[in-house]
Write a protein of this length. Structure first.
Length: 636
């Protein structure tokens, strides 16, 4: 399979080329992108109008959704991940125009790298008969800009952002996005560098600035879309423990990508897509400011993906067949480590060439009759991993796995309900098997995480809008870091876990009076988890890293061109460690958003954490205090 993935991707491209035609002087037919391939009928969908509600980034928007927990540290620019229905954030799949989201510096996806201004719509799938991820799937579709648009915003702690979209012709447009933040918010310093004994002294965070530039160019033809992108980012690493100033620990990134997608109708409708991305990252800490020794490391590699989809209908039976081939390549170089070439010390400081090749094929079908719908999918994946050190040590592995789901849905005039069963797997990432950052040793012998889940979802539209979801999930071979007495960690398969959950959402009040519209929204998520482990301290405990109890309330008022939204969030029952010895803080947050909307422009302001509550979040670090954002969007 070493060259098979690459050959399959090239053949997909060559087969598609003869079918591409450019229709001069004709209106463009839409290019169907495969982000909607696995969409379930119970997916929660959000359009561009909902995204333009004064959010500084994608994480801010997703954080208001029921059943979703955004996991990140306090500083803007740090990796942002998503927990869905109580699952580990690594068990959430993120697709951008149908392609798996690129990896961040910690080996997983990062929502902070996706500018909100470049997103057209979102869909979040959790249950259903076609969601292949253990937790859920977030589908992101990038936007085509019909008119020139300028977006700008300023906020607390040195936040500045600018987004510009400019059509170059009817078939092409350019997008530019810039984001910068000083991240100099106050927080309690555990042991200040200038007064070590004055613990938890409030100080402004030092050396945490971040800036990023994103550039995208898109060209469309009648059956083809080409999207080119480039990203550069520079992030400083602060010393949270002593808050030293003047240090020079930082992470720098350069990434370029190209995405080509199209559709073809020869007897049957076909869609295809090619994606390439190359990244070049640097982690620099020559003064050992973070405490992991002197570092001047380079991490680079690429991702290459090809997709093909064919659809056909036979009376009430609707079918689709998807095939995807992917190759990931990851190289690490430690310039200041004398042992990196020989790899005779910790594997975490070893120069490596790691590669993953993956081939998957999936069949999806829906059978419709009267008010019922039976939906199922089955997928086979084969993964080949290899790792090579500069001294010649080599590791090769291969896995093969079937997963799938089936669901039955009943639809009436004012409600519908679905019962579904899902079997899913998450393959251990290259980072977990061969990673090389920090004091975490990789483990090439990791088993893959496996999960079985049962979901029940019901939606009501009359007499009021309501949604109720219940699920049960069993997880085997959970991948967790285990630390020894020296503080050295290693990824292990140690835990199995069970989780049950109930999520609900209710919109009980909608009033209209002389141009004034009032609405309320209430929601909550309630989880119970229990672990099974051979280690007594970790057995019969709650899963760490998620809030087990959450309640949300929102009230909105709209009068002519003005709108005001007040929301409240309560979250509790968070555990930081696997032994449940460290309990996270309770969270009670108020948010306020005001917006004025005209024909060609809109402006507003957003206040988060109105009461300025101090609390520690998922990472056990102080969360951001009260923040504000003022924004302006202009269509010209």
């Amino acid at each position: 399979m070493r060259h098979g993935v690459r050959h399959l991707i090239i053949c997909t491209f060559l087969c598609a080329l003869p079918t591409v035609t450019v229709a001069n002087g004709q209106s463009l037919s839409p290019v169907v992108v495969t982000a909607e391939n696995a969409r379930d009928s119970n997916a929660r969908e959000f359009d561009r109008a909902e995204l333009e509600q004064g959010h500084s980034d994608l994480a801010s928007f997703l954080g208001q959704l029921n059943g979703v927990q955004v996991q990140s540290t306090a500083a803007i620019g740090d990796p942002v991940m998503l927990s869905v229905q109580g699952a580990d954030a690594r068990q959430t799949q993120v697709l951008i125009d149908g392609i798996e989201a690129p990896r961040n510096e910690f080996g997983s996806y990062d929502l902070s790298t996706i500018p909100l201004a470049q997103i057209d719509s979102l869909a979040l799938t959790t249950s259903g008969a076609v969601s292949s991820a253990i937790g859920g799937t977030l589908e992101i579709n990038t936007r085509d800009v019909p008119v020139p648009q300028l977006q700008t915003g300023v906020g607390a702690y040195g936040l500045r952002q600018l987004a510009w979209q400019q059509p170059l012709s009817e078939q092409s447009h350019l997008q530019l996005h810039h984001l910068r933040s000083l991240n100099n918010f106050d927080y309690p310093v555990p042991s200040p560098i200038d007064a070590p004994n004055d613990r938890n002294q409030p100080q402004a965070l030092n050396n945490a600035d971040f800036q990023r530039y994103d550039l995208a160019l898109q060209q469309r033809w009648s059956q083809l879309r080409l999207r080119l992108g480039h990203r550069t980012a520079d992030k400083s690493y602060p010393d949270y423990f002593s808050n030293r100033d003047g240090q020079h620990a930082r992470f720098q990134q350069q990434a370029s990508s190209a995405q080509l997608s199209g559709h073809w109708h020869q007897y049957l409708p076909h869609q295809w897509q090619l994606y390439w991305r190359r990244f070049d990252d640097q982690y620099i800490d020559r003064g050992s400011a973070v405490g992991l020794g002197r570092q001047d490391n380079r991490y680079f590699g690429h991702q290459l993906t090809g997709q093909w989809r064919t659809q056909w209908n036979l009376q009430q039976l609707h079918s689709a067949f998807n095939i995807e081939a992917q190759q990931q390549r990851y190289v690490s170089r430690h310039r200041l480590s004398a042992n990196a070439k020989t790899c005779d010390q910790l594997r975490a400081s070893c120069d490596l060439l790691s590669k993953r090749q993956q081939l998957s094929a999936e069949l999806q079908q829906r059978y419709l009759w009267e008010k019922q719908q039976l939906q199922w999918s089955v997928r086979h994946r084969q993964v080949d991993d290899s790792s090579l050190t500069r001294s010649g040590e080599r590791i090769d592995d291969r896995w093969s796995w079937f997963d799938g789901a089936i669901g039955l849905q009943h639809t009436a005039s004012d409600w519908h309900s679905q019962l579904s069963v899902k079997r899913a797997i998450r393959f251990a990432s290259l980072y977990e098997r061969f990673g090389d950052r920090g004091l975490l040793q990789p483990n090439p012998d990791l088993n893959n995480e496996r999960a079985h889940s049962l979901h029940w979802d019901t939606h009501l539209t009359l007499p009021l809008m309501a949604r109720l979801s219940a699920f049960y999930r069993w997880l085997d071979d959970a991948i967790v870091p285990v630390y020894d007495s020296r503080g050295i960690g290693r990824y292990e398969n140690t835990d199995a876990a069970r989780m049950t959950g109930v999520e609900w959402q209710l919109t009980p009040l909608q009033l209209h009076f002389n141009g004034l519209r009032l609405s309320t929204d209430l929601s909550g998520s309630h989880y119970h988890s229990q672990t099974d482990s051979d280690v007594k301290a970790f057995d019969q405990q709650r899963l760490p890293g998620i809030y087990h109890q959450q309640l949300r309330a929102q009230m909105s008022a709209k009068w002519h061109r003005q709108s005001l939204q007040l929301s409240f969030e309560y979250a509790d029952d968070l555990y930081i460690d696997r032994a449940n010895l460290i309990i996270g803080d309770q969270r009670r947050l108020w948010h306020l958003h005001y917006r004025y909307q005209a024909n060609a422009w809109q402006a507003g302001t957003r206040l988060d954490n109105l009461s300025d509550q101090t609390y520690r979040d998922f990472s056990n670090r102080p969360a951001r205090p009260r923040t504000w954002l003022a924004y302006l969007t202009l269509n010209y």
